[in-house]
Design a protein around this ligand. Structure first.
Ligand code: SF4
Ligand code: SF4
Length: 296
């Protein structure tokens, strides 16, 4: 291995793993993604149908793109009916702040460095690029799975102008697919995971409690039918043998204690102003207080 390869001190920035992939037009997956859209399985997530060309060609998103630098940020367990990734500050901010810090470091070493950070907020195929970067594979439950670190990571991506060959390559993985145990399909309470790799967001409790503005489907309105999930759902994640507990970044934990003590009555009594103050920096605002109350 050349001694001139670029090493990123990703652990100092809180990331568990790092890998680089060549930024090139994506041909695979496009047909299944378009079928997902044509069948309306994206529900109200109309943004998924926009900027398709950019989604499948990073050079259209970031002119001069050469590399996709992929980082895994760890989060913790669920609590109080709220998914693990939403127990603290909004993950977009947590991960983006840390990507900016990585970019500062790269800029200090390479004055010509140019890049843009992305965390699930632009047409970027984060999971695809993390696979290309050698960090893991996609499970039948559609989660990105790192054989070393499991499923509880948020993928951050920096699209940059340095060729990917210049970065230290990720060590080869011993395992490159999830297997076919089917536990995730059996665990899904709503039938949203209707076949391996096939998600119908319109039935997914995670989508319904976070993204959707429509009333909950009648059969999923009772909390018991949603296994008590108020914001998100981790049933297909918890069932997966690759799931493992991680030590979360501290910012992912800042609201855990408050969420844990909230009863249905507390949520019902919570006023809009108080909610905005208490959870100003949280992903919970994405659902809105009305939905959080409705999901009791
Ligand atoms: S998040 Fe929940 S509802 Fe959605 S596919 Fe997984 S188990 Fe099913
Ligand atoms: S539960 Fe089994 S089939 Fe589903 S993603 Fe995990 S290993 Fe794959």
């Amino acid at each position: 291995m050349s001694t001139n390869l670029i090493k990123i001190n990703y652990r100092a920035h809180g990331f568990l793993d790092f890998g680089a992939a060549k930024a090139e037009k994506v041909e695979e997956n496009r047909r299944s993604f378009e079928r997902f859209l044509t069948e309306g399985r994206n529900g109200e997530m109309g943004y998924l149908a926009r900027n398709l060309e950019k989604r499948f060609d990073p050079a259209l998103l970031v002119p001069g793109a050469e590399s996709m630098l992929c980082f895994l940020a760890p989060y913790g367990q669920a609590g109080g009916g709220v998914a693990g990734f939403a127990q603290g500050v909004d993950y977009h901010k947590i991960v983006k702040d840390r990507l900016f810090a990585v970019m500062e470091e790269l800029k200090s070493q390479f004055p010509d460095f140019e890049g843009r950070p992305f965390v699930d907020s632009a047409p970027v195929l984060e999971r695809y690029w993390a696979v290309q970067a050698g960090l893991g594979f996609i499970g039948q439950n559609n989660f990105f799975i790192s054989p070393e670190y499991g499923l509880r990571t948020i993928i951050g991506v920096i699209v940059c102008n340095i060729p990917y060959e210049r970065f230290v390559p990720h060590a080869p993985l011993a395992v490159t697919e999830c297997g076919s145990c089917g536990a995730c399909l059996r665990a899904c309470p709503s039938g949203a995971l209707r076949a391996p790799f096939e998600l119908d967001a319109r039935r997914c409790i995670s989508y319904l409690t976070i993204e959707s503005h429509e009333p909950l489907p009648a059969d999923l309105a009772p909390a018991a039918a949603r296994r008590g999930w108020r914001f998100g759902c981790e049933e297909c994640m918890r069932a997966c043998p690759w799931d493992k507990p991680l030590t979360p970044l501290p910012e992912f934990e800042t609201h855990r204690a408050a969420i844990a003590t909230m009863t249905d009555a507390d949520w019902a009594a919570l006023g809009e102003e108080e909610f905005e103050q208490q959870f100003a920096d949280s992903s919970l605002r994405r659902a809105g207080l009305g939905r959080l109350k409705e999901s009791s």
